[in-house]
Design a protein around this ligand. Structure first.
Ligand SMILES: NC(=O)c1ccc[n+]([C@@H]2O[C@H](COP(=O)([O-])OP(=O)(O)OC[C@H]3O[C@@H](n4cnc5c(N)ncnc54)[C@H](OP(=O)(O)O)[C@@H]3O)[C@@H](O)[C@H]2O)c1
Length: 391
């Protein structure tokens, strides 16, 4: 269609240019003079014919163009509606594959497009948009270390910070956010309810403490750090209430297995928006990931760099060399192309920069297959919580 339009435009333009160049239309008013000499009369006839054919051409050109435009409108209008709907209107740059997938409320299929960038967002099952990339601050010391890391991350366009009551650095995260001068609404802040603070009333208390530490008026995502037997439901109910009160935009869980999520479903109609779990090529958790996708729960991948333990793996190095990227960047790009929310931790400026520089290349299908082949149930974090949970 587009090609047809270009051809029509090209030829009509060429036609008008030609007629103007030889001046046929403009010379027509001189026609009485042409009668003086027979050669001129001949010329006049040519001019008249040319004018008639010009008008006929114009008429047919306009009707073809109009038909084309009507057809184009009907063919393309659904696409325009789709694109507008699926983009994060606050940020033009986020109109990537991830945002497109978000029409289904949550991200369902892996993306391999390099259209996505550090500002791309994923729409959670409650409609909240979460940046797909952020900084984790586990084991970053409170004070200067965390403040510097957050500053460097913000300077490098990270839009999400993942902290937790347990990390003992919420206050430093909050300070850095205020010092940055970046509007609160532009940064997505995640914190977590720690295991010792479970229970209905206890959760309100713990949340308010976190909010006070952060010095914020609301948290974007509040996660239950892990499923504490017999305490999950009351804590979850408190989190639901805090969300209704507008103090939390989105609520989710962390370190939940399928059986935990199944149990929670029996006790609450509110589905967690996120399950934050350890995921990387060496621990892919495919059954859990597929379950979460089916249930509309986004995966937030922690320890995406395997805490550095697998960065010397020859496969990561080989794929990295091919793309002129480091093993760390290969792991992070794998995470993004799998459709996970990715939160690498670093306290070093050069690594914060390096980790963010993963949106200018794309892993191929072959690369992804090779990386998928690295599964070895290698867990850097806490051991898998296998025991059944009773509510
Ligand atoms: N929900 C949970 O239970 C849970 C558990 C663990 C983690 N998390 C979250 O997920 C975040 C990330 O996970 P993680 O901290 O466990 O591990 P990670 O991000 O996989 O790895 C962090 C480690 O890798 C190093 N590193 C960072 N970038 C590097 C690079 N480009 N090259 C070489 N080494 C690099 C860091 O050291 P430097 O700082 O010195 O650069 C740090 O030692 C945490 O910070 C936290 O927010 C959540």
């Amino acid at each position: 269609m587009f090609l047809a339009s270009r051809i029509i435009d090209h030829y009509s333009q060429e036609f008008y240019t030609t007629t103007h160049e030889i001046g046929i239309g403009d010379m027509a008013f001189l026609s009485p003079l042409f009668r003086l000499k027979s050669p001129c009369r001949l010329n006049f006839t040519v001019v008249k014919r040319a004018r008639i054919s010009t008008q006929a051409w114009k008429l047919s050109y306009h009707s073809i163009k109009m038909t084309y435009n009507v057809l184009l409108f009907f063919v393309l209008s659904p696409c325009f509606v789709h694109d507008r709907d699926s983009c994060d209107l606050k940020n033009e740059n986020s109109c990537g594959e991830i945002s497109k997938g978000s029409r289904a409320k949550y991200y369902t299929s892996p993306s391999r497009s390099n259209i996505i960038n550090i500002s791309s967002t994923l729409t959670l099952n409650d409609g909240v948009k979460i940046p797909i990339f952020g900084l984790g601050v586990y084991q970053a010391g409170s004070g200067e270390e965390t403040r510097n890391a957050v500053h460097w991350a913000l300077e490098n366009h990270y839009l999400q910070i993942d902290t937790a009551a347990r990390y003992n650095n919420e206050a430093s995260v909050g300070e850095a956010l205020r010092e940055s001068g970046i509007p609160r609404g532009d940064i997505f802040v995640v914190t977590k309810l720690y295991d010792d603070d479970h229970g209905y009333e206890e959760t309100f208390k713990a949340f308010n403490k976190s909010l006070g530490n952060l010095g914020l008026e609301y948290v974007d995502l509040y996660l239950m750090h892990s499923p504490v037997p017999d305490k999950v439901v009351p804590s979850w109910n408190a989190m639901v209430k805090l969300q209704h009160q507008g103090l939390i935009r989105s609520i989710g869980v962390s370190n939940f297995g399928i059986h935990h999520l199944e149990e929670l479903k029996k006790h609450s109609t509110v589905v967690p928006s996120v399950n934050q779990i350890e995921v990387h090529p060496f621990l892919q958790e495919n059954a859990l990931v597929n379950y979460c996708r089916k249930e509309g729960i986004a995966i937030q991948a922690y320890s995406p760099l395997t805490r550095g333990e697998k960065l010397g793996h020859p496969t990561l190095k080989a794929i990295g060399d091919k793309h002129e990227k480091t093993p760390a960047q290969i792991l992070l790009r794998w995470c993004i192309q799998k459709g996970y929310i990715c939160i690498p931790k670093s306290s070093q400026l050069s690594r914060i920069e390096e980790n963010a520089s993963i949106f200018d290349f794309e892993l191929t299908d072959d690369d992804l297959n090779i990386l998928d082949g690295l599964e070895e149930d290698f867990r850097t974090g806490r051991p898998k919580i296998k025991e059944p949970w009773n509510g």
